[in-house]
Design a protein around this ligand. Structure first.
Ligand code: AGP
Length: 608
């Protein structure tokens, strides 16, 4: 997720582009750049680092005169943050310039074809392919060239494009990634989101998929992929800028919860090809996968909780022994590293000190380390032997939600891939599970639509002092995350327990009205967990149950039930965590707390 902006009009473009980008930094902030037509040519300045670096480099835009330009603030997905990977990207002779938000899924194939035709690439990005592809099809008609590349490019994109020989026009095109067009007396705009242009206009057009727009300083004209003119109606935006940055959500955490269906899809779909799981970045041969004798899953906090789930999935599906470790323990406990050990480090930020140290400890003992990371170019991403990115986009709220959900998806993909290569799952089962994975985004969407019901329930527990989460198997792993979410943003003491363990001590804490959240998504453990629910009920607990649709038997025991759509038992964590995130969110909101920036916490813990 990056931010793009464009302007053409009576004013100097660069200051407007920089201002717009500053309002889009929540979409990505690892590098930035602008390109402006200065009357004779397109000039570009771009750099690694936050927007303020670009601001200094361009002296607030003053060193790039001109009244038409495009700009970009980046969240790296392909190619680490660097000056050369920053956007915009030129074609060979700097006559075409492009900014892009999205992922070009077939960029490697297109790149090979273009290189075979003599095109030279200066960056590692998927986006540069667009600049050269436009060049290849360009014969003086921008619209035609854009339409031609749309037929050949796969993936998601919002593009801002300028052609040196059409200096009075700025072009843009959209497929899947958001793009808006703003119209004002003083000029016209393109942007990834409303905050970038609200200062200048509230008259906005929302671009639909496969629509192209041509801006000049007086007007905006929309086209479809067949270059036919489209008539569109603008809407007037009422929001203030701060609200707009959150997309109208009160807190980034809720916005990021609602981004989970897309984040899960963005992380899953590029790795599903022709009914198979293809993980190019894994760089392991099938033989190497068969030779894995043991896996260590190492992380902190919520990332560690995904590892607890992943142990059940890897061992259950691929029959590989897995040890799950807290990074702060792993780095000092002198773990045993035998040949055939794969160490997987999971981290949203890629900068967590304990996880980074665990990585170095494993490498010191000659172990291959796979990083599962959300921030491209972060320390763990750079130092791991191989890295699988979770394409959740930037996560602003301290309490992770969408990054957590995408980490689960990467675990499922790896475990299912290993299971197939090691002959532990047959083709029918494999295909069925792929279909189950593909259904997760829409099922998560369904659960998010349940928020009012959960808000009403949460409002009854604003004054709770102690809350317990219980479950067996993967449900225990889900309980760990549900409990942490509640603790970290509501400051209520909460604990998660393996349901069968409660009677060995902790059940002494259960008294009249104590809220116990029981997670029961594993059919083979359902009855066992019901009996644990009965145990706490008889001690006066109020039980909130999270169960699969169809398991109505739970109604007889629990006081309140949230039902989940059906999915494969190994994937239930991706669904059950949604109501638990919402519960924590609404308790924190109900208590009037700063949901996004909870006390005593940081988004990335870079100290021991
Ligand atoms: C989770 O909501 C917290 N922000 C925290 O537990 C976090 O998961 C932990 O600090 C690990 O961070 P990482 O994924 O960036 O390494």
């Amino acid at each position: 997720m990056c931010g793009i902006v464009g302007y053409i009009g009576e004013s100097e473009a660069a200051p407007i582009l920089l201002e717009g980008l500053s309002k889009l930094e929540y979409r990505g902030y690892d590098s930035a750049g602008i390109a402006v037509y200065n009357g004779t040519a397109i000039e570009m300045i771009k750099s690694r680092g936050r927007l303020k670096v670009l601001n200094e480099l361009t002296h607030g835009g003053a060193s790039l005169p001109g009244r038409a330009g495009i700009g970009h603030t980046r969240w790296a997905t392909h190619g680490s943050p660097s000056d050369s990977n920053a956007h915009p990207h030129f074609n060979g002779d700097n006559s075409i310039v492009v900014v892009h938000n999205g992922i070009i899924e077939n960029y490697l194939k297109l790149k090979k074809k273009l290189e075979a035709k003599g095109y030279e690439f200066v960056s590692e990005t998927d986006t540069e392919v667009i600049a050269h592809l436009l060049d290849y099809y360009y014969d003086g008609n921008p619209l035609e060239a854009i339409a031609k590349i749309m037929y050949r490019v796969e993936g998601s994109y919002a593009l801002g494009i300028m052609f040196e020989d059409h200096p009075r026009e700025v072009y843009a095109v959209r497929k899947d990634s958001p793009l808006i067009v703003g119209k004002s007396e003083k000029g016209n705009f393109i942007a990834s989101d409303v905050p970038a242009i609200l200062k200048y206009t509230r008259d906005v057009y929302f671009m639909e998929n496969e629509e192209i727009v041509c801006l000049n300083k007086e007007d905006v004209t929309f086209y479809n992929i067949d270059e036919e003119v489209l008539v569109k109606t603008p809407v007037t935006i009422e929001w203030d800028i701060a609200a707009a940055e959150k997309g109208g959500y009160e807190f980034f955490m809720l916005k990021e919860m609602y981004e989970q269906p897309k984040a899960v899809s963005d992380t899953l779909m590029p790795r599903l090809k022709n009914g198979d799981i293809v993980i190019e970045e894994l760089q392991m041969t099938e033989e190497e996968i068969r030779d894995i004798r043991k896996i260590y899953l190492v992380a902190c906090g919520s990332a560690y909780h995904t590892a607890v789930t992943a142990k059940y999935v890897f061992e259950g599906l691929a029959r590989v022994p897995v040890e799950v470790d807290l990074a702060s323990e792993f780095r000092y406990r002198n773990p045993i590293f035998e040949p055939g050990t794969l160490v997987i480090i999971i981290s949203q930020s890629g900068e967590t000190a304990d996880s980074l140290a665990a990585l170095r400890e494993a490498q010191k003992h000659g172990c291959k380390v796979l990083g599962i990371v959300n921030v491209v170019g972060s320390s763990i991403a750079r130092e791991a032997d191989t890295v699988m990115y979770t394409w959740a986009g930037p996560e602003i709220a301290v309490a992770t939600t969408k990054a957590y959900s995408t980490q689960l998806i990467v675990h499922y993909l790896l475990a299912l891939k290993f299971a197939k290569v090691r002959g532990k799952v047959n083709d029918i089962k494999f295909r069925e599970m792929i279909e189950d994975l593909k259904r997760l985004p829409e099922q998560i969407e369904l659960l998010l639509a349940n928020k009012e019901k959960i808000q009403r329930f949460a409002n009854r527990y604003l004054a709770a002092e102690h809350v317990f989460f219980i479950g067996r198997g993967i449900d225990y792993a889900i309980s760990l995350e549900g409990s942490l979410k509640l603790k970290e943003i509501s400051y209520i003491h909460s604990e998660a327990y393996a349901a069968g363990e409660l009677k060995h001590g902790t059940i002494s804490l259960i008294e009249d009205g104590t809220l116990v959240t029981a997670v029961l998504t594993q059919d083979h453990l359902f009855k066992k967990t019901i009996s644990n629910v009965v145990e706490v009920k008889t001690r006066g607990a109020f039980v909130l149950a999270v169960a699969h649709a169809g398991n109505a038997e739970i109604e007889k025991t629990a006081d309140y039930v949230i039902y989940l759509p059906k999915t494969n038992e190994y994937f239930t964590n991706s669904l059950a965590v949604i109501p638990l995130q919402l519960f924590a969110y609404y308790v924190s909101l109900g208590k009037g707390l700063d949901v996004d920036k909870p006390r005593n916490l940081a988004k990335s813990v870079t100290v021991e």
